[in-house]
Design a protein around this ligand. Structure first.
Ligand code: G1P
Length: 310
């Protein structure tokens, strides 16, 4: 993979998860046994990314402490069962801050010096792309980079279909032509959170992007059309890129799905899904959930009473 730099925006306040995130980073919430941002860093490392800039902000310092951790100390702490592969993958992590919550576009603009003249990956720090089957190097990140390079594109955006009602929660793509299955497609437009009446499709932005460095000029141009203190959207900058070169949507394939910690509903599902898949703790967790469901249906005893008896 020739694109070796990635940016993880992780400065958002996480107000939809208050009070859980009142004084800590939502990116540090665990999905299974690892903080969500560790899953993101591992996904990037597996796709061949070598340098990562994490955009942090107020109350986000635990992120830096987490990636500082000395693998020998962690091994001791976890009786030698700690999977240290991330710390041996040769990925370098850098940090900068977005001091005021002025939107995703503004956060990405903090990466200008880090990216220089190179195209780069953006992976949102509160979302992971999970798999039902092993990807064997064909994960969405790899397909995004290939689509970007093979088409000399200005941007490539991972996408998946959401319900009409959910089009108010995401950036939504307007395909230029017919979409064939999960093949990459060119865009004629992209709109931020349009809602069902205005949505040009149900193809939502799925938290992963490859962007050309001209996006920084588009972000700056976008600042002129927002009032002081208003959010600068990345979606608006990508819309500006469509005039400069082709922009592609790259659909998740049938075995890929997105998990996030955007609010409590998605966080609860994402945690359960990753915990159930955990090689060490998954079986016991699923067994507990079965008992809990039986109890809630009035068919079984309280599972915590059951656990105490065992
Ligand atoms: C951001 C983007 C949106 C994208 C979403 C994916 O929204 O602005 O276009 O679809 O991430 O998670 P946010 O969730 O930060 O409101």
């Amino acid at each position: 993979m020739r694109i070796s730099k990635a940016v993880i925006p992780a400065a958002g306040r996480g107000s939809r998860l208050y009070p859980a995130t009142k004084s800590q980073a939502k990116e540090m919430l665990p999905l299974g046994t690892k903080p969500v941002i560790q899953h993101v860093v591992e996904e990037l490392a597996e796709a061949g990314v070598r340098q990562i800039l994490i955009i942090t902000g107020r109350l986000k310092r635990a992120i830096e402490d987490h990636f500082d951790a000395d693998p020998r100390w962690l091994e001791e702490l976890s009786n030698g069962e700690f999977d240290g592969h991330l710390w041996h993958s040769g990925v370098e992590i850098f940090y900068t801050r977005q001091s005021h919550p002025l939107g995703l576009g503004d956060a990405i603009s903090r990466a200008r010096a880090f990216c220089g003249c190179d195209p780069f990956v953006v992976a949102l720090g509160d979302s992971i792309i999970a798999n039902r089957a092993p990807q064997e190097g064909r994960g969405v990140m790899t397909r995004l980079v290939e689509t970007f390079e093979q088409n000399d594109a200005a941007a490539a955006v991972a996408t998946y279909q959401v319900t009409a009602a959910d089009t108010k929660r995401y950036g939504i793509l307007a395909p230029a032509g017919e979409v064939k299955g999960t093949e990459a497609f060119a865009l004629k437009d992209i709109v931020e959170k349009p809602g069902p009446e205005k949505a040009p499709s149900r193809w939502a932005v799925a938290a992963r992007y490859v962007l050309c460095p001209e996006v920084f000029d588009e972000i700056d141009a976008g600042r002129e059309s927002v009032g002081p203190g208003e959010e600068v959207q990345l979606t608006a900058a990508i819309r500006g890129l469509i005039g400069r070169g082709p922009v592609y949507g790259v659909p998740l394939d049938a075995d890929e799905f997105r998990l996030d910690v955007g609010d409590f509903a998605t966080y609860g599902r994402s945690f359960a899904r990753m915990m159930a898949a955990d090689p060490r703790h998954g079986k016991g967790f699923v067994e507990y959930l079965r008992h809990l469901m039986g109890y809630m249906d009035g068919m079984e005893a309280d599972p915590d009473a059951w656990a105490a008896e065992e």
